[in-house]
Ligand binder design. Sequence first.
Ligand SMILES: [Zn+2]
Length: 466
Amino acid sequence: MHPIVAGRGLAAVFLCLVPLASPAANDNAVPPDISAKTLEMLQRSVGFKTVEGEGQVPAYAEYLAGELKAHGFAAEDVTITPRGETATLTARYRGTDPKLKPILIASHMDVVPAKREDWERDPFTAVVENGFVFGRGASDNKFGLVTSTAALFWLRQEGFKPKRDIIIVLSGDEETSMETTAALAQELKGAELLLNSDAGGANLGDDGKPIVYAMQAAEKTYMDFEVTTTNPGGHSSRPGATNAIYDLARIVDRLAGFRFPPKTNEITKAYFKAAGAITPAPTGPAMLRYADNPEDKEAYELLVSYPEYVGQVGTTCVATTLRGGHAPNALPQSATVGINCRVFPGESVEYVQSMLTKVIDDPEAQIKLIYKPVPSDASPLREDVMKALRKAIDLRAPGLPIVPSMSAGATDSLHFRNAGVPSYGVGGLFTNPKDSFAHGLNERIPVASIDGAVVQWRSLIRDLSR
Ligand SMILES: [Zn+2]
């Protein structure tokens, strides 16, 4: 996943910002052997068809374990755990103080399917062309996996000794059931924090310059409900006073006019403050007013009118599917509407269901939760993390604005936040939203982003582990 937080219209304002730091030269020069290894690993990684059901994740994990051991990880510190047809991999870079809690560097090894006939190229053979690496998983999430791992190779090579253990945590089914993620989160729930390579990143403008860096610190919770009305039915030539479809239509009408109350948290406040300062009127000032006071009706009404902001000001529930009746000449015995909710961190299933029950306002209708959610609270914007991220981003793009973000979900961070580990999406991909094809056809990443990502990861990991 790779959240996009700001429109490209903001470019002009961002570019006026003056560089803030001039880093030491060696901090942003990736050693040539590490740089070459990173590109090679990314290409090799794309070649493993780690799609659900293909059974390729264990082989990919073996390949990665070989690279880790070749770059200074002790064999006993690299663990592959088979889990069904997939697997997880953890690798521990030992720190000097065993009393300190470890930091986790998370990525996922699996990818979503890709059909050869739909792609211009074989999706599972990495091709470097026109400054891009093409291939399924190139951006989601093998770029993040490889660049964060290569940063550890670099730290090994320079003999860096962290105080805390650094643990690479690779899941094997993030794109599907996340059972491997849940298992890893249980095993590692005492960790200090998690840095996820599968979220966060910068948008590039059409001139190739970065506009804004988004850091993911929260995810909304996904919930699905179904509301069903029932009726004895009968012959359509004898309509009665009640009808399951009419009853459902009235419910759907009430849902259409309903909104959950406005809500903010530390992340969305910081987001609206940062975005508000650089977004033209009337939206920018509305963002600032809303960040100060979510009860500001006028600001709220303006923000909910934008699809890109409606999810940032509260829980949303929307009708997505509809079915009902069984024959053109019979009265319907049932009608069902499916409702998808994206729930603000901290709001429970019970709360959402009780709100829906109130709006539906029909004691005969059945409301059923059909997807069991994993609640996860927003992670606090810790000073140490924000400081380390600021420094790491300055190595690549001095002064680039960093905006905290809450995404619609979901990444592996969901399970780790649920297990009490603060988790931050701090990926190193800098890309133009026009070139972002995660999950889509001709997925690609700019080659120019690779070294910068390694620089960013090395700085972040070094600062947060010492
Ligand atoms: Zn992903």
